[in-house]
Design a protein around this ligand. Structure first.
Ligand SMILES: [Zn+2]
Ligand SMILES: [Zn+2]
Length: 369
């Protein structure tokens, strides 16, 4: 039967995105059509429109969404029309080595289905009948979207969907980096480079884990103010306070932090994250840099210091258990979601939402449909 609805499309890299009426195909076997109610505006969406994350146009962007199931395909017996859901941009196939090892964020199917559904085809067609890519295998900045059932996580209907949407990317990625990837210990010290949508969630994840000292580093004072709301105990603006690594060492008894998180995606702060940790500390790279970026690290001290340098993909998410766990923390007033949504937009305002994100005015902007 299909549906028609608006979608945000990147037609050309480095050009404003456009909102067009598209045709959304009905779900095939093991697929689900979702009426999207809220979509977070993530830096990765912008990165998909300028080639930093190479998603070739024409591409429906958006990967942080919540909505209501409108139709299910054959073989989907655990979801029904009317269910409230959050989109996971990782389809957990449950079969590959990584899923079996309990690391579905590294799922091989997810690694392949980055522009289409897992079967390699699109459910979106534009007015000319041409297929459109699905960003990250979902592409949910749209009124309706058909995605694979493995990308859809049912949630309690009492959680507001504009808050729940954020669990689909920023919250999972940030809180998960602290709780799942780094397993931050109570009483520890944490440095966070970048206090945007992801960094703020690393900060609140570290606070949830009981970190004693949480040092937020950013060039925007506005973001450092937000950082304190989410649990930062100290803030560093390198423009006023000088070298961030020196400042972090000063705040951690000269040793360096137990953990550092890079949430920007630039080589300079990747190096600084590694330099800012103590012997035996852990540096976690969350920010997505350009495909051509590299860093140079001194190797002499590596054996002596036993530092750990690791990436964190989607907060090492296990969405089926982590999304409900995070939303339960929200309901128990332990996880801040309301404070994250500092502006809402209509779908037609997406370019303004991107501008605001680049100006650093929001903790998170959300498109409400
Ligand atoms: Zn995202
Ligand atoms: Zn898998």
């Amino acid at each position: 039967m299909g549906k028609r609805g608006k979608a945000v499309i990147c037609r050309e890299w480095n050009a404003p995105v456009v909102v067009e009426e598209v045709e959304v195909e009905s779900p095939k076997r093991d697929e689900v059509m979702v009426q999207i109610k809220a979509v977070g505006v993530c830096h990765s969406d912008l990165s998909a429109t300028n080639g930093t994350i190479p998603m070739p146009p024409p591409c429906v962007i958006g990967h942080e969404a919540a909505g209501v199931v409108s139709e299910v395909g054959e073989g989907v017996d655990d979801l029904a029309a009317g269910d409230h859901v959050v989109i996971s941009w990782i389809p957990m196939c449950g079969q590959c080595r990584y899923c079996v090892e309990g690391r579905p964020a590294l799922c091989d199917v997810a690694a392949q289905a980055t522009l289409t559904l897992p079967d390699g085809t699109s459910r979106y067609k534009d007015a000319q009948g041409n297929p459109l890519h699905h960003m990250a295998g979902v592409g949910v900045m749209a009124e309706y979207s058909t995605v694979h059932r493995d990308n859809v996580i049912r949630i309690d209907p009492d959680v507001p969907l504009d808050k729940a949407a954020l669990v689909g990317c920023a919250v999972m990625t940030g809180v998960g980096a602290a709780l799942n990837t780094a397993k931050v210990k109570a009483g520890s010290s944490v440095a966070v480079f970048g206090a945007g949508g992801i960094g703020l969630n690393v900060i609140q994840g570290a606070a949830l884990a009981g970190a004693e000292r949480i040092i937020a580093v950013d060039l925007a004072d506005k973001k450092l103010e937000y950082a304190q709301v989410f649990g930062a105990t100290h803030t560093v603006n390198p423009e006023n306070d000088g070298d961030a690594v020196a400042k972090i060492k000063e705040l951690t008894g000269g040793e360096g932090a137990d953990y550092a998180f890079e949430c920007i995606g630039i080589p300079a702060t990747v190096s600084q994250s590694y330099e800012a940790i103590r012997k035996g500390g852990t540096a976690v790279i969350v920010g997505v840099s350009k495909a051509t970026d590299t860093v140079t690290l001194g190797t002499f001290l590596m054996p002596f210091q036993e530092k750990v340098l690791t990436g964190s993909m989607y907060g090492s998410a296990r969405p089926r258990t982590d999304f409900p766990r995070l939303l339960n923390l929200y309901k128990a007033n332990r996880l801040k979601l309301d404070e994250l949504v500092t502006a809402t937009y209509g779908i037609e305002d997406i370019n303004r939402a991107f501008d605001d994100m680049q100006q650093g005015v929001n903790a998170r902007g959300v498109i409400v449909l």
